[in-house]
Design a protein around this ligand. Structure first.
Ligand SMILES: [Zn+2]
Ligand SMILES: [Zn+2]
Length: 286
């Protein structure tokens, strides 16, 4: 069963959110595509003493994430970042993804970049065929470039999500970045190269889970190309469809960076994740 419309509502005011809860399934009718929607899953504290006036869904949480301007890609070799206002670094002419601050950086990175570059180029060829088929059959299609644009445009949500799902606030040594990737679920229109996607959900998924054929059909080889265990690996999926996904990787802050000290665990986020898991379990029991 696919879950497209689970929204958790959170009623703030608890020290211990696990004291007691109940589900109010509300409208559990099935929509035209046969997907069950639970629109009104509420969290209620044991005292029931009137926090209910204010409830929050996940969209509100995403709105509270401190905004950052969209990201200009860093140099793949030396990790330097271009001036936000400037034109950005020049791009690899083959894959049109990786960027370099200088000729020297590009040349010395080629040995390392070659395999990923080739796999991107071959994906672009596949993509052209998929797009042609989608146009012919009026079927769904999304380009990698469109998903990548969402990633760079929403780096505030991406960064925050990485900190929370991989528990980076525990410090560099005690979190999940070596063993897990972050899977971002996006929803939105899926028309070719201009996808108006919005953030729906995110979770940390272990390599072991990701390598299973019943999840995302990701070859472990592909994860290695993206630097699993070296950098944070991000997977973006549109509308829960596993052929509409993008894998990217992002640097952790440097070991001595002050960013680590600024990271905090967000209880609201934890609540959302717990609620979503419970809702999912409920739906799967049906
Ligand atoms: Zn460089
Ligand atoms: Zn390239």
């Amino acid at each position: 069963m696919s879950i497209t419309n689970v929204q958790t509502q959170y009623i703030p005011g608890f020290d211990n959110p696990m004291t007691s809860f109940k589900f109010n399934p509300g409208d559990d009718s099935e929509n035209s595509s046969g997907t069950k929607s639970f629109r009104n899953i509420q969290f209620i504290n044991s005292a029931g003493d009137g926090y209910g006036a204010h409830s929050t869904n996940f969209g509100d949480i995403a709105d509270k994430i401190p905004p950052k301007p969209s990201l200009k890609a860093s140099c793949e070799k030396c990790r330097k970042r271009p001036d936000q206002e400037g034109p950005g670094y020049s791009v690899c002419s083959s894959c049109k993804v990786s960027r370099y601050c200088s000729r020297e950086c590009q040349t010395s990175h080629w040995k390392e970049h070659k395999r990923l570059c080739k796999s991107r180029v071959s994906h672009l060829e596949t993509e052209r065929k998929l797009e042609a088929a989608a146009i012919r059959d009026n079927g769904p299609f999304v380009s990698q470039a469109a998903l990548r644009k969402w990633y760079y445009d929403n780096i505030d949500i991406v960064d925050y999500t990485i900190v929370q799902t991989l528990e980076l606030y525990k410090g560099r040594a005690h979190n999940l970045w070596r063993t897990h990737a972050v899977v971002f679920s996006l929803t939105g229109g899926k028309k070719g190269t201009s996808v108006a996607a919005s953030f729906h959900d995110a979770e940390a998924a272990s390599w072991a889970k990701l390598a299973r054929p019943d999840t995302l059909k990701l070859a472990p080889e592909f994860l290695r190309l993206h630097g699993a265990g070296v950098r944070v690996v991000l997977i973006f999926i549109l509308n829960g469809e596993d052929d509409m996904l993008l894998i990217e990787s992002q640097d952790l802050p440097a070991e001595d960076s002050e960013e680590w000290a600024g990271m905090e665990r967000d209880e609201m986020w934890r609540m959302h994740i717990r609620m979503r898991k419970m809702a999912k379990m409920m739906l799967e029991k049906d």
